[in-house]
Design a protein. Structure first.
Length: 167
């Protein structure tokens, strides 16, 4: 397969911490097609309420750049890495869906995508460090911690934000 270096390629750009908006501004200045999904965050303080926009996917900006100009995305040291999108048709379809969801005005939260039987680790809370398996993501009741010697499992309700998938 011959790769055309002038044909724009989509990248998932992993920006350095708190640099997503600066990187998106760089992409705009370079006139590269890009998308940084932003959502409104509301913070309540003692005497006031403040609204600001924040990235829907912290640390990530989607950019379409010709391969011959890929070095331009690294020019301001805002980027940790750029991951090439391999299935561009699926990616573009999902990007349209994300744009529609963001534009809808509905409240959005990002959730990890866990499948039944997926090995996970608890990363916060009183059970920090324990490992188990996802019970049933369609009807989540928690994770199953196994006690192999007894051939038993313990079903523990753990908030999904306390879990991280293991390889």
């Amino acid at each position: 397969m011959i790769i055309d270096p002038t044909k724009p390629t989509w990248f998932v750009c992993h920006a350095k911490p708190r640099c997503e908006k600066k990187f998106a501004a760089l992409m705009a200045a370079e006139r590269f097609e890009h998308y940084l999904p932003l959502v409104v965050s509301v913070r309540h303080y003692a005497k006031e309420t403040k609204k600001h926009t924040k990235p829907l996917f912290p640390g990530y900006v989607f950019a379409c750049v010709p391969l011959e100009l890929k070095s331009r995305i690294y020019q301001q040291d805002l980027l940790a890495r750029a991951i090439t999108v391999t299935d561009e048709a699926t990616f573009l379809r999902q990007l349209v869906d994300v744009k529609a969801i963001v534009a809808s005005g509905y409240q959005i939260s990002v959730m990890p995508l866990f499948t039944k039987g997926r090995r996970v680790k608890i990363v916060s809370g009183p059970l920090h460090g324990l490992e188990g398996y996802v019970d049933d993501p369609a009807n989540p009741h928690g994770i199953v911690l196994s006690v192999d010697v007894l051939q038993q499992g313990l079903l523990v309700k753990v908030p999904v934000e306390h879990l991280v998938a293991l390889p």
